[in-house]
Write a protein that binds this ligand. Structure first.
Ligand SMILES: Nc1nc2c(ncn2[C@@H]2O[C@H](COP(=O)(O)OP(=O)(O)OP(=O)(O)O)[C@@H](O)[C@H]2O)c(=O)[nH]1
Length: 298
């Protein structure tokens, strides 16, 4: 049987960081992990980073619309993963930050896989800073975030470097009130011992029923292309002026004086730049509510 772990959590909370950490720990331990990624939006930024870790079997689901990332497609990708790679012993599934974790479980519990896959549970990544300001989210998005926490078997309280010790204590208490059974572990950059995840989820978990469905969330995504190199500082001024309903941006931006477009990440007001060693397409996916009018302007 192949063990399956689901990584859930709000847009930009640190799921990919946790996933990359888990992959490297699993590989060091001689295990053979495979990854299934569901990305909200049309640009596989997260899967690019997994591909960069080397030979990890990977399937991805891209979609610009939440209603198209249904469980049938996840099922088909899982099947393809199992057919294409024979010696996998762990599968890590990163759900889109815009999904209810239980929707992803649906596919894994398909009768197609009942003799091959053993679902271990859901690890939800909670963004500490976002949590502090959660009241600013619209009601449906707020409740999605609560659902992701309620359905967790382990909660990684990530970005703990961005809040104070006393805020961490308050957040931990609030999370524990929402989910009384999941252990809450404070993390930075998704650094969590995979052996802890494995031990904690040693007993098989049963799926719970979803309370809300991600299908009706008011989230959308759009792609912005950059035809000419721009200044980093201009991009940062631009992001600072964006409305709070832009939850997440990621992609590649051509920067003046830099050879390849840089990896650009934006989550809850924070911008992150990383150099890229290959030339990636010069575009950024924006995820949020009411974002149609958002465009690049320097
Ligand atoms: N300061 C800080 N930044 C973090 C931490 N973890 C992740 N980040 C940054 O937050 C951004 C989003 O991280 P990801 O790991 O890509 O988040 P994600 O949940 O996979 O994002 P989506 O898949 O788009 O929902 C990146 O710029 C990370 O570098 C952390 O603990 N502290």
């Amino acid at each position: 049987m192949i063990d399956v772990y689901l990584y859930s959590g709000f847009l930009g909370s640190g799921k990919t960081s946790l996933l990359l950490n888990s992959i490297s720990q699993l590989k060091t331990a001689g295990r053979k992990p495979a990854v299934l990624m569901n990305e909200f939006g049309e640009i596989p930024v997260d899967s690019d980073s997994v591909a960069a870790t080397g030979e990890v079997p990977l399937k991805e689901l891209l979609s610009g619309c939440i209603c198209c990332t249904g469980s049938e497609k996840t099922e088909a990708q899982l099947q393809a993963l199992l057919e294409d790679y024979e010696d996998i012993d762990v599968i890590l599934i990163e759900t889109t930050g815009a999904a209810h974790p239980v929707e992803a479980l649906d596919a894994v519990y398909s009768p197609l896989f009942s003799d091959r896959l053993r679902v271990k549970g859901i690890v939800t990544v909670a963004d500490a800073l976002r949590w502090v300001h959660r009241e600013e989210l619209s009601p449906r998005i707020h409740s999605l975030m609560l659902e992701q926490i309620r359905h967790a078997h382990i909660i990684a309280l990530n970005k703990s470097d961005l809040v104070t010790e006393s805020q961490l204590a308050t957040i931990s208490m609030e999370l524990a009130n929402l989910n009384t059974s999941a252990p809450i572990i404070q993390t930075v950059q998704g650094k969590l011992d995979f052996s802890f995840i494995e031990k904690t989820l040693a007993v098989e978990k049963q799926p719970q029923q979803p309370i809300i469905s991600g299908k009706h969330l008011p989230l959308s995504s759009k792609v912005i292309t950059f035809s000419n190199p721009v200044k980093k500082s201009d991009v940062e001024v631009w992001t600072a002026a964006l409305p709070d309903t832009v939850y997440r941006m990621k992609g590649y931006i051509p920067i003046e004086g830099v050879k390849n477009p840089m990896l650009f990440q934006y989550a809850y007001g924070m911008v992150n730049w990383m150099p890229e060693y290959v030339k990636m397409p010069e575009r950024v996916v924006v995820i949020g509510e009411g974002i149609d009018h958002i465009d690049w302007s320097s």
